[in-house]
Structures are given as structure tokens and as C-alpha cells.
Write a new protein. Structure first.
Length: 494
């Protein structure tokens, strides 16, 4: 008996599974009509290499709280508007030819204003031959907007702050579409302290928006979807205000909520860290000999006490002295200053590139220390600064590698050195080969931190691998800078 896996194709066309499969176009049709009108939508079914019978069924469109769409087979009981649409239940498609399917949509004269979605599920029939196959079916969306007096009803049913899997705060808002029409919605939030001072502004997205990397969400009429966002500066329990901006149909509504965030269940930033929050800890500039570049480090004191901030410079460990840019940096603001509680400030610096300088990348760190009014140290933040002159190259060297059995698992470690001219954030991919040269698996190697590895610096990449009881294994270690492949190394594992 032949087994089949069914794939539903929704608004996306895949044609690489099999040349014997059909393809369908268009995948969606959208019409604005008046009550009493009718129209015909033509769906083209294109044959593969064989003659195929194709079934066509009516489904209705549904949506969950995350914004994801699903399909339910339509019946007269669960879909009152199924008699508005007419189409053939099956067609025969000849090889490599186009068969048009005419879909008639007849809107009753007494049809209520609003949006109506019809899903035509197009599925080819297959013959059984004792093998495994793939059935590709297509969900064709036909959306009808019956025009009339438009009354939009968008409400926010609930706004709250909940912990994510790591205990970090997440703002959640449940937005409902009480309109007769589907609406395309986006949402933003402004987080304020209890006195009304703005802390930050952030977008809220549904899970569907995050998954598909889009900025708006279609919310079906009568449905509700949860929008959420992770604030950067909600750093302590207490009372807050949230202004929620909901955008839809070229309109906007603003909702305001008072929210209490408890300490229990959350993993908040330690109080001492609240004294010094930076908006950016990395600066990279492409300059030229003799250039001058000014940049600003913005900071916030989110604690409940005034603090003194002191600014200084620091070299990267192991960086060659001729690659330091600290002597190029001039502080344009005071090196010591006070930041009042719940207030902001900034540090202004400029880079003055010498007129005689070699091509390459140059580095330095700016540190900021925060102290309370008695002089007690509270927190330190460091800012990485890079200046690139001309063209630079990337390179890496494998210094050593090691395999050990530790507490019931295998551990592979690789000591690498940045021998290029620019910093990298390294990671490794380890393929282990047996004595026959066959790969037994590919394993990730990671550094202990995601910090810059500047030229001449070394770091250890470590990963868990299987326990190997015999000799004769080899490895291929590929080093990456983020997702950029740098170099591969081979060696004996045992």
C-alpha cells in the first residue's frame, strides 16, 4: 500500500517536490463587491507529467490567539455562506497543460456588510503502487469584502506583564476585532514610570508576525490575537503605565493602562546594575587618514538614587599596541558627572585619525563606572570601539584541539587565535568521521562569551560530542564569524 504525506500550500508555491505534481495560480483572490453582485474568479491548475484527477473542496478559514491561520472543512452547519460559492468538485488535468477552474461567487442582495473568506482546497488524486509519495495540496483563499457602512470595532481586552521562559518581563496585549471586516493591525506600546515619564517605546507583535518577519497582522472579524513585546528597560518591580497604540485601516486608537509588576516570578536586573544602563555598547566606524568622527554614548540612571559616573579608557587584552586607537579618542564632555535618579545623560567623544596611518582595524574600550553619593562602587559598563581604515581581512588559526571523556559524555575543545585584521565573534562546526571516512554527526562548538575576539586574541570553543571508544576517528572543524565561514581544519580525534 502506498503511503502519502500531505502538504498544504498556503500563499506560497513549492514546485520542486516532484515534476508529476500540479501547480496552481493564483493562490489568493480578493474582491470588493456590493450586495447583490456576482463575479467569477478563475483559478489555473497546471498539470505535471501525467494526467491527474483533482478534487476541489470548500474549507473555512480560522485563526488562533497567536495569529496563525488554519482550515476547517466547510459544511452547511458550520459555514452559513457556503451556498454563495459554486465550483466543480473535481477536474481532470492533462500533462503540462493549463486547466482553468471557474469559481462563481454570488452575493445575495440582503448580504450583511463585511468580509467573507472562502478556502478552496485543491488536492490531486493519486494511485497506490506500494511506495511512499508526497501529495501537495493548495489552499486558495478567496476573500470577498461586501461594501457598505464601515463600522470598525477594535478593543483591547487585556494588557499585562508576564515573565518569559527566562523570567524577563514581556508586555502582552489581547486585541479583538469586533468589526464586520477583517482588519490589518499593528501595535506599539509606550512604557512609562508611575509619574508618567517615558521609559521606552517598543513594537508589539503576534507569534505569527515574528515567525514570518512581518510588521502587521490580519485579524479575522470576530477574532482576537495576542500581541507581545520585550521591553529593554523594565528592570524592576513596581507600578507602571502603558500607552498602547493600535493602528488599523488608516486609523489609530490609544489605550492607557496602569500596571503593577510584582517581584515574584520575574528575574529582574540587580539594583546596582540599574544605576548605569547604556543604549549601545559597540561602535564601529569606517574612516580614512586624517578623519574626525564624533559619537555619543547615551546612558540612563534607572535607580532611585543619584549616581556619579566616571569615564576612562582601556586596552583590549593581547591587542598589538600599534592597533590601539585610545590615543586617537578625545573626551568632549566631563570625565566625571552626576546623573540624577531616573534621568538620562550622555558622553561625547571624538576619534581623530592620524594623517599617517596604515590600513587596518583599530580598537579600544571606553569604561564607565557608577558610584553612589558616598563613593561606593555600584556598576561598570564597557563600550567597544572600532575604527576601520581601508580594506581588512579575516583569518583564524587553530592553536590546539583536545577530546576528553568527562562525566559520561565526550567533550571536544579547540583553542583558536584571531590572526586576521578585524574582530570576530567565533563559533565552530565539528564533523566527526569514522575510519571509513563516513560522518557520524555534526556538532556545535561555542565560546564561553559572545564578546569581540580582536586580532591576536585567543579563545576556547567547546562542545559536547559522543563518547568514542575506538581509535581512527578524524574531524573537520569549520570556524565561523557569526554566519560567515572563515576556515576549516582537519585532524585526528583519537
Amino acid at each position: 500500500m502506498k503511503k502519502f504525506y500531505i502538504l498544504s500550500i498556503v500563499f506560497l508555491l513549492f514546485t520542486t517536490f516532484s515534476f508529476t505534481q500540479i501547480t496552481v495560480s493564483p493562490l489568493s483572490v480578493e474582491k470588493d463587491v456590493r450586495a447583490g453582485e456576482e463575479f467569477i474568479a478563475t483559478i489555473n491548475v497546471i498539470g505535471g507529467n501525467t494526467t491527474q484527477n483533482v478534487n476541489i473542496e470548500l474549507y473555512l478559514l480560522s485563526q488562533d490567539f497567536d495569529g496563525n491561520f488554519d482550515y476547517v472543512e466547510a459544511t452547511p452547519d458550520n459555514f452559513l455562506y457556503s451556498n454563495w460559492i459554486e465550483f466543480p468538485n473535481s477536474i481532470t488535468v492533462s500533462p503540462r497543460s493549463t486547466t482553468p477552474v471557474e469559481v462563481g461567487v454570488n452575493i445575495p442582495s440582503n448580504a450583511p456588510f463585511g468580509t467573507y473568506n472562502f478556502i478552496l482546497m485543491i488536492t490531486p488524486e493519486v494511485e497506490t503502487s506500494g511506495t511512499i509519495g508526497i501529495i501537495i495540496r493548495y489552499a486558495i483563499r478567496i476573500t470577498v469584502h461586501v461594501q457598505g457602512t464601515v463600522i470598525t470595532m477594535v478593543e483591547v481586552e487585556d494588557v499585562k506583564v508576564v515573565p518569559d521562559g527566562e523570567g524577563k518581563p514581556v508586555i502582552e496585549a489581547t486585541i479583538s476585532n469586533g468589526s464586520s471586516y477583517d482588519l490589518v493591525i499593528s501595535a506599539e506600546a509606550i512604557l512609562r514610570d508611575k509619574s508618567g515619564m517615558m521609559i521606552e517605546r517598543l513594537p508589539l507583535k503576534s507569534s505569527y508576525m515574528e515567525k514570518n518577519n512581518i510588521t502587521t497582522q490580519r485579524v479575522l472579524k470576530g477574532n482576537k490575537v495576542v500581541f507581545s513585546g520585550k521591553p529593554t528597560y523594565l528592570l524592576a518591580p513596581g507600578d507602571y503605565k502603558v500607552n498602547l497604540f493600535v493602528n488599523y485601516s488608516n486609523r489609530q486608537r490609544v489605550f492607557t493602562y496602569d500596571i503593577n509588576v510584582p517581584e515574584e516570578g520575574f528575574n529582574f536586573t540587580p539594583p546596582t546594575e540599574l544605576a548605569l544602563i547604556l543604549d549601545n555598547t559597540e561602535f564601529s566606524h569606517e574612516l580614512y587618514a586624517g578623519a574626525v568622527k564624533t559619537f555619543v554614548i547615551n546612558l540612563q540612571n534607572m535607580s532611585n538614587q543619584n549616581v556619579t559616573v566616571q569615564v576612562g579608557g582601556e586596552e583590549f587584552a593581547s591587542l598589538p599596541k600599534d592597533r590601539s586607537l585610545l590615543s586617537w579618542i578625545t573626551l568632549r564632555s566631563p570625565s566625571s558627572f552626576t546623573v540624577n535618579a531616573q534621568r538620562t545623560s550622555r558622553v561625547i567623544l571624538s576619534i581623530n585619525v592620524p594623517k599617517e596611518v596604515e590600513n587596518g582595524a583599530y580598537y579600544g574600550k571606553i569604561f564607565l563606572n557608577a558610584y553612589d553619593e558616598s563613593g561606593k562602587f555600584l556598576s561598570q559598563k564597557k563600550v567597544n570601539v572600532e575604527t576601520i581604515i581601508g580594506e581588512v581581512n579575516y583569518d583564524v588559526e587553530l592553536v590546539s584541539s583536545n577530546y576528553e571523556k568527562i562525566e559520561g559524555s565526550g567533550i571536544f575543545s579547540a583553542l583558536i587565535k584571531n590572526t586576521g585584521e578585524r574582530y570576530i565573534i567565533p563559533k565552530g562546526s565539528l564533523s566527526i568521521l569514522d575510519s571509513d571516512g563516513v560522518s557520524i554527526g555534526v556538532y556545535s562548538l561555542l565560546p564561553s562569551t559572545q564578546e569581540w575576539l580582536v586580532p591576536s586574541q585567543e579563545t576556547m570553543l567547546i562542545g559536547e560530542v559522543p563518547i568514542l571508544e575506538e581509535n581512527g576517528y578524524r574531524y573537520i572543524l569549520t570556524i565561523y564569524n557569526n554566519e560567515q565561514r572563515l576556515k576549516a581544519f582537519e585532524g585526528e580525534l583519537m
